[in-house]
Design a protein. Structure first.
Length: 251
């Protein structure tokens, strides 16, 4: 009879622990869609004093779920440079990044500025750019598309910049940036420029502003772990009670 009771309460305890663990996993896996705010334009027209105000007033962009796992090389290969019939040769001469705003002083920032100098051979051409983020070698995730803008020759006076605030859905970690440049006339991809081309686009310590502002951010995983620990404590207590009851019956 005692053996049956022991088996029964062990089974019940294990079942409870599984329920608690699964509950924590569900909470941890809850999908949060990435949210950003961005302002963009030629560097010459961007005034630092007005940029923060413009960013605060910018629309909030919602993106597809952030993909962390998978092959980044395969995704990059799919965005190979397309042939174009405009007679122009496009390139990106240089790119720079500046990260800022670390509200909780943990070394991870939630504001990103990307500046790049796109060049073209021959006459003026109109282009636009798509920007992507990759978390620690994972797939590229699109976060902003610029308006069409003109570039001419190899001048640096047409440098373009994009300032972005990561609001939510961007885990803490090290990010790389990819710039895709498109010919606005035929919408063909003409340049890929990323961390393998410029070290300034690699290993940027960032997180979204929600994580940056909330010191106790732990997500569902931490909550689930707490429930499991409580469950283990319950198992120990029940086992101690069973031992005491068994010893009493033996006496």
């Amino acid at each position: 009879m005692q053996r049956y009771s022991l088996t029964k309460w062990i089974s019940q305890s294990v079942a409870c622990l599984l329920i608690l663990a699964l509950g924590g996993t569900v909470l941890a896996a809850e999908e949060v869609l990435p949210l950003t705010q961005s302002v963009a334009g030629p560097v010459a027209a961007q005034e630092a004093e007005k940029r923060s105000e413009q960013l605060n007033q910018a629309d909030v962009d919602e993106h597809k779920a952030f993909v962390i796992t998978g092959s980044r090389m395969q995704a990059t290969a799919q965005r190979s440079v397309a042939a174009h019939a405009t007679g122009h040769d496009f390139s990106i001469f240089d790119a720079q990044t500046v990260i800022s705003r670390d509200d909780d002083d943990d070394g991870y920032y939630h504001r990103l500025k990307v500046t790049f100098d796109a060049d073209v051979s021959g006459d003026e051409a109109w282009v636009y750019a798509k920007l992507y983020l990759s978390l620690e070698g994972g797939p590229w995730n699109h976060y902003f598309t610029t308006d069409d803008f003109p570039i001419a020759g190899e001048t640096t006076e047409d440098d373009y910049e994009v300032v972005t605030r990561l609001l939510d859905g961007y885990p803490t970690g090290y990010y790389d940036v990819l710039i895709e440049l498109y010919d606005a006339d035929d919408e063909l991809l003409v340049v890929n420029y990323g961390p393998y081309d410029d070290i300034d686009l690699s290993v940027l310590p960032m997180e979204d502003s929600f994580r940056d502002d909330y010191d106790d951010y732990g997500g569902g995983g931490a909550f689930g772990l707490g429930l499991v620990l409580i469950g283990l404590l319950g198992v120990v207590v029940r086992y101690a009670a069973w031992r005491k009851e068994s010893e009493t019956e033996c006496v």
